[in-house]
Design a protein around this ligand. Structure first.
Ligand code: NDP
Length: 290
């Protein structure tokens, strides 16, 4: 099958590599050199013009937000063939994705939102969890493609449902990272060694992905790799907060998490990794993790 993959970032680059092992792959990236590198390393075809992607039976987008996806949809719409399937793996906005699906349907193109979780390591190892919103027949078409990149693929509901659950799970992660950082800092201030504090937390009821996998490297080993941009995480939590607002839902913890993450982003800048919010937790207390 001919698949076009658009967006060769931290997640898209390895996902496109997996797909290229079983399918003919066209790749397009805003910075063309990355598409050329993908082509030379993985035998894919780098498209110089975005319009070349319209020839594919399936188009996959993996872009920062729904805004960039919409811009690409606008550019490709006139050239798309009826029967094409568009899989949007971006962590996007369900309201926008529903509009996008309607616009694509006018050209006979099916759309599913299929955001992923599992971080760059999951993309590298093809072990992502993928949550899909779309009509059952479109999910059935997308499934064998998504199974190449992921381990657990879940159909969560109609178009937009994938994007909705994605931003909610990322909000849970954000709140957990923040409270765990606060408590680890307090432990340190109380004279408890950070290694010991993490060891006890991870052997007890405070254990989480944040305490087991995300924070030790940063707080204990003082390594702060960039694996997931804080700007992307903040975007997800802001979408979740806007969904709560639309539903007239009372979600004070979500609102606070959004405030904390947006404030952290404003202080740390676009280049920061999401776990660097722990630095802001320390800064708020006039200290650091060193
Ligand atoms: P990156 O920032 O690494 O990559 C973004 C990609 O989008 C690049 O290919 C970039 O092109 C392209 N791009 C940016 N702006 C535009 C534009 N205006 N027009 C066209 N292309 C554009 O992001 P990630 O791969 O980390 O994330 C992608 C999506 O996946 C996000 O929605 C994120 O929230 C989500 N996600 C990320 C995870 C992670 O751990 N990183 C985990 C799970 C989900 P260029 O090379 O030119 O900059």
């Amino acid at each position: 099958m001919k698949i076009a993959f658009i967006g060769l970032g931290a997640m898209g680059f390895p996902m496109a590599r997996h797909l290229s092992k079983q399918h003919e792959l066209l790749v397009w990236n805003r910075t063309h050199a990355k598409a050329e590198r993908h082509a030379s390393e993985h035998g894919t075809r780098a498209c110089g013009e975005l319009a070349e992607c319209a020839a594919a039976e399936v188009i996959v987008t993996m872009l920062p937000t729904s805004r960039e996806v919409d811009e690409i949809v606008d550019k490709l719409l006139p050239d798309l063939e009826r029967g094409t399937l568009w899989i949007d793996a971006t962590s996007g906005d369900p309201n926008v994705s529903r509009d996008t699906a309607v616009r694509l349907a006018t050209r006979g193109v099916a759309f599913v939102d299929a955001p992923v979780t599992g971080a760059t390591v999951g993309a590298e190892n093809a072990t992502l969890t993928i949550m899909v919103g779309g009509a059952p027949e479109d999910f059935a078409r997308a499934l064998p493609i998504l199974q190449i990149c992921g381990k657990k693929i879940v159909h969560v509901g109609p178009v937009g449902a994938g994007h909705a659950i994605k931003v909610l799970t990322n909000s849970i992660m954000g709140a957990t990272v923040w409270i765990t950082s606060e408590c680890m800092l307090l432990a340190k201030q109380l004279g408890i060694d950070i290694k010991t504090a993490l060891e006890v937390t991870n052997a007890g009821s405070g254990r989480s992905n944040a305490s087991e996998n995300l924070l030790p490297k940063r707080l204990r080993d003082h390594e702060w790799p960039l694996v997931f941009k804080l700007a992307h995480h903040d975007k997800d939590i802001r979408i979740a907060a806007s969904l709560a607002h639309q539903q007239h839902a009372s979600t004070p913890m979500l609102a606070l998490t959004q405030q904390l993450f947006t404030s952290s982003l404003n202080q740390l800048g676009d280049g920061a990794d999401y776990i660097e919010v722990a630095k802001i937790v320390a800064k708020m207390n006039g200290t650091s993790w060193d």
